[in-house]
Design a protein around this ligand. Structure first.
Ligand code: SAH
Ligand code: SF4
Ligand code: F3S
Length: 436
C-alpha cells in the first residue's frame, strides 16, 4: 500500500480541494497517514495570496532537503500554478507540480510518477469544468463545502488569484442541488457554497440561474438547516441575494463582503470596480433585512498610494458599518499583478502601524457589539468539545462562536442544534449555558 500525507494552506477553496484530492488518492489505492515522516508521497496544497503564505511551502520543503529518504514530494494549489516548473529549480526534490484546474488529471499524473518520471506537471488552465469528483472525503461530518464556481474574472490590482485559479467556471445548478440532496441524506445539515466570487455564479445549463436563485434553492433542500456562502464581491452583490436571505430561514444571517478600503481613491487604484457609496448601498440592504445580519469584511492596509486620510476613511467605515468581524492584511506585492508597477510604496513599518491601529479599532467595536448578545438565547450548531476548558463549542447562524456548558452527560452532541443562553461576551466569542 502506498502512503501519502497532505498539508493544506490558504482558503476554504483549498481546504475543499484537498478533500477532493484525498478522495481521488484513496480511490487510486493510496492510504492517508498523519505525518510526512510516515509517508512515501508528501503533498503540499499551497496558497500564494501573500508572500508569507508562499514562503511556507518552501520552508516545509527545505526541512526535507537532506533527508529525502526515497520520499516523493508534490506541490499543489496556487503556488504550483504560479511558479510552475520553476519549483523544480527552487526545490529539486519535488517531482509533481499541479495547479487546481488540473486535479482531474491527478490519476494520470500519479501513473507517470510511478513509472519513474521525476518531473511531472499539471498546469493547464483551459479547463471547461469545475473539479467534481465522486470520491470527495469530507473532513467534517456535519458541515460540507460545495464548490459552485472556480476561478476569478476580476482583475483586482493586488491579487494573484486570476493567475493561480484561471477564469471563472460555474457548476450546473442540477449537479449542485444533487450534491446537496445527497449530503443531506448522508447526515450533513450545513452547506457552505464556495467560490472566489460566488455572486458571479451563472448556471451554465439552460436554466441560467444566478447566485440568488441557486442560494434559495439550496436552502430549500430537505434536511439542510443552514447554508453559508463565501466569498462575495461587492460589485456583483445584488439586492436579490438579500431578498432570498430575508425570506428563506435556512440561509444564515451572515454576509462576508470584503471592502478592502474605505477610500474610493484607493478602491479605484485597486481596480475593485465599485465606489464606497455603492458599497454602502449593499450594507444598507443588509441593515434593512427583517433578520439581524452579521456583516464581516476583509481590509488591506498600505496599498501603494494609501494616504493617512485614506486610512482614516477606512476607520470611519468600520465605525459606520459596525462589522461583526474583520480579516486584515498588510499589502503584499505579488508576481504578475498590475499593482507591481505602482510607485509610492508604503514602508513596512507604516503598514504595521496602520494594521495595529485598525485591529485595535475593530476589537473595540466587537467588544461593544457582542455585549448586546448577553441574555439572549441563540441556536447553536455544536462543533465539538474543548477538553482544556471543559466547554462545548457552537456557532450561531450569524457565525458567532459560543463556548458553553452543559449539565454533566457523556453524550457526544457534536452536530446537534441547541439553544444556548449567552451569559458573557468577549471580542471574538460568546460564553453561555445550554437551555434545558
Ligand atoms: N475573492 C475574495 C478574496 C480572496 S483573497 C474577494 O474578492 O473578496 C482573501 C483576502 O486576501 C482578500 O479579500 C484581501 O483582503 C486579501 N489579499 C488578497 N491579495 C492580497 C495582497 N496582495 N496583499 C494583502 N492582502 C491580500
Ligand atoms: Fe482576487 Fe479580486 Fe478575484 Fe477576489 S475578486 S479573487 S480579490 S481578483
Ligand atoms: Fe490562497 Fe489560492 Fe485561496 S492564493 S487564498 S489558496 S485561491
Amino acid at each position: 500500500m502506498k502512503t501519502f500525507y497532505i498539508e493544506t494552506f490558504g482558503c476554504q477553496m483549498n481546504a475543499h480541494d484537498s478533500e477532493k484530492v484525498v478522495g481521488t488518492l484513496i480511490g487510486q489505492g493510496y492510504q492517508q497517514v498523519e505525518t510526512p515522516d510516515d509517508a512515501e508521497l508528501v503533498f503540499y496544497n499551497t496558497c500564494s495570496i501573500r508572500d508569507k503564505a508562499e514562503q511556507k511551502v518552501f520552508n516545509r520543503l527545505d526541512r526535507f532537503k537532506r533527508e529525502q529518504q526515497g520520499k516523493t514530494f508534490a506541490v499543489l494549489g496556487c503556488v504550483a500554478q504560479q511558479e510552475g516548473e520553476k519549483i523544480f529549480e527552487k526545490a529539486p526534490h519535488v517531482s509533481l507540480v499541479c495547479g487546481s484546474a488540473s486535479y482531474n488529471q491527478l490519476p494520470n499524473l500519479l501513473v507517470q510518477l510511478e513509472t519513474g518520471n521525476k518531473r511531472v506537471t499539471g498546469l493547464s488552465l483551459d479547463t471547461e469544468d469545475t473539479f467534481e469528483t465522486p470520491y470527495t472525503r469530507r473532513d467534517n461530518p456535519h458541515r460540507a463545502y460545495i464548490t459552485i464556481i472556480e476561478g476569478c474574472d476580476k482583475k483586482c490590482a493586488y491579487c494573484v488569484v486570476p493567475f493561480t485559479r484561471g477564469p471563472e467556471r460555474s457548476s450546473t445548478s442540477a449537479s449542485i442541488l444533487a450534491e446537496a440532496a445527497q449530503l443531506a441524506k448522508d447526515g450533513y445539515s450545513e452547506i457552505q457554497l464556495l467560490g472566489q466570487n460566488v455572486n458571479s455564479y451563472r448556471d451554465p445549463s439552460p436554466t441560467g440561474w444566478d447566485f440568488a436563485q441557486l442560494l434559495d434553492a439550496v436552502g430549500k433542500v430537505p434536511g439542510i438547516r443552514r447554508v453559508r456562502f463565501t466569498t462575495s464581491h461587492p460589485r456583483d452583490f445584488t439586492k436579490s441575494i438579500m431578498d432570498a436571505i430575508g425570506s428563506n430561514p435556512h440561509l444564515c444571517n451572515h454576509v462576508h463582503l470584503p471592502v478592502q478600503s474605505g477610500s474610493s481613491d484607493v478602491l479605484r487604484a485597486m481596480q475593485r470596480s465599485y465606489s464606497i457609496d455603492e458599497y454602502r448601498q449593499r450594507i444598507q440592504w443588509m441593515k434593512d433585512c427583517a433578520r439581524p445580519i452579521a456583516i464581516t469584511t476583509d481590509i488591506i492596509v498600505g496599498f501603494p498610494g494609501e494616504t493617512e486620510a485614506d486610512f482614516e476613511q477606512t476607520l470611519a467605515l468600520l465605525e459606520e458599518v459596525q462589522y461583526d468581524n474583520m480579516f486584515s492584511f498588510k499589502y503584499s506585492r505579488r508576481p504578475n499583478t498590475p499593482a507591481l508597477a505602482l510607485d509610492d510604496q508604503i514602508t513596512e513599518e507604516e503598514k504595521s502601524r496602520r494594521l495595529a491601529v485598525l485591529q485595535e479599532f475593530q476589537r473595540n467595536i466587537q467588544i461593544r457589539n457582542n455585549v448586546a448578545y448577553v441574555g439572549r438565547v441563540e441556536e447553536c450548531m455544536v462543533e465539538g468539545f474543548n477538553k482544556a476548558t471543559g466547554q462545548w463549542m457552537g456557532r450561531t447562524s450569524q457565525h458567532k462562536m459560543v463556548n458553553f456548558l452543559r449539565p454533566a452527560s457523556d453524550a457526544d452532541i457534536t452536530g446537534q442544534y441547541l439553544e444556548v443562553r449567552v451569559t458573557r461576551s468577549g471580542p471574538n466569542s460568546l460564553v453561555g449555558e445550554a437551555v434545558q
